[in-house]
Design a protein around this ligand. Structure first.
Ligand code: LIP
Length: 292
């Protein structure tokens, strides 16, 4: 099976990677505090998107507006792409790709598994394979976890503002012993398709975990809390910062069968597992596709 092709975008020399990482950390931490401290007691759904269960809360938009204002104030020439309303193109070659609350349904239900994801990327985040993250942070406000990375700078996790610990993916190389994260979409036909693929994958692995936040899934592969992860239906904002944390921790990230990661599929794993998981998921997808 072909090696994962994350991205072929050249990274310009002289990018202030550490400054971008510091900015991602500061803004993600501030948005993390906002969504915890200002969460209304009677939090409701302010609108829906791709389906009646693809919800947005008032805090998703408030957190994104905060991130956008802080990032624009610090670097007015940069572009901005967020899950909620309000993107903007830039002239610096850097675009901030943010998910103000990744795991919104968990946040709505009070399930303590959601994150703020902020990444600086180069290239075009709207085109799979044509962009790459260069600095990023993922904040899990409920656990007080801060994950962050910059290109070539390693992946780090700190807890409650403590000193950072460098992250390395797990050593697992036996797929049948692998704990694998995955997720389901907001449209019923997609969930049925994902469940049929999972039905074929699950006999090859230890067990599944459905955490509900792609950003946290990717960071847990980076810190060894999961051995691997795969999911269909992700957007750039779900994967941008987690992708960099994972790859700087030594993990592999890509799409199926050597394709770039995109909405069709994202596969992420420790090096000892990637090829076999990619093969098993690709075979399941092909079988589900032909079995229709
Ligand atoms: C979520 C993803 C998760 C997926 C959910 C949802 P959101 O993103 O992070 O992996 O399984 O269905 O898409 O919508 O909470 O930002």
């Amino acid at each position: 099976m072909a090696a994962p092709q994350a991205s072929s975008v050249p990274v310009p020399d002289g990018l202030p990677l550490r400054e971008l990482e510091r900015l991602a950390i500061e803004t993600a931490l501030e948005a993390g505090r906002l969504i915890v401290d200002d969460r209304p007691d009677s939090l409701g759904v302010s609108k829906t998107k791709s389906s009646a269960t693809d919800v947005v809360t008032v805090m998703d938009q408030r957190a994104q507006d905060l991130l956008r204002a802080r990032l624009r104030a610090a670097r007015p020439q940069d572009g901005f792409l967020g899950e909620e309303e309000g993107g903007a193109s830039g002239s610096s070659g850097v675009t901030w790709v943010v998910d103000p609350i990744d795991g919104t349904v968990n946040y709505l239900y009070g399930i303590p598994a959601y994150a703020v994801s902020v990444a600086a990327v180069v290239g075009d985040p709207a085109v799979p394979g044509q962009w790459t993250p260069v600095a990023g942070a993922v904040v899990d406000p409920e656990r007080g976890h801060l994950f962050h990375a910059s290109l070539g700078g390693g992946a780090w996790r700190s807890v409650d503002g403590g000193s950072g610990e460098r992250l390395r993916v797990g050593e697992q190389s036996d797929l049948s012993h692998a704990l694998v994260g995955t997720g389901f979409g907001y449209e019923a036909p997609v969930r049925v398709w994902q469940t049929r693929v999972l039905l074929e994958v699950i006999e090859h692995i230890r067990d599944i975990r459905r955490i509900g936040s792609a950003a946290l899934d990717l960071c847990h592969v980076a810190d060894g809390g999961l051995d691997a992860y795969f999911e269909r239906g992700l957007n750039a904002w779900d994967m941008a910062a987690g992708w960099l944390v994972l790859s700087e921790a030594g993990g592999l990230f890509g799409g199926l069968a050597g394709r770039p990661a995109d909405a069709a599929m994202v596969v992420a794993a420790a090096p000892g597992l990637f090829a076999e998981l990619d093969e098993v998921v690709a075979a399941a997808v092909a079988h589900v596709r032909t079995a229709k």
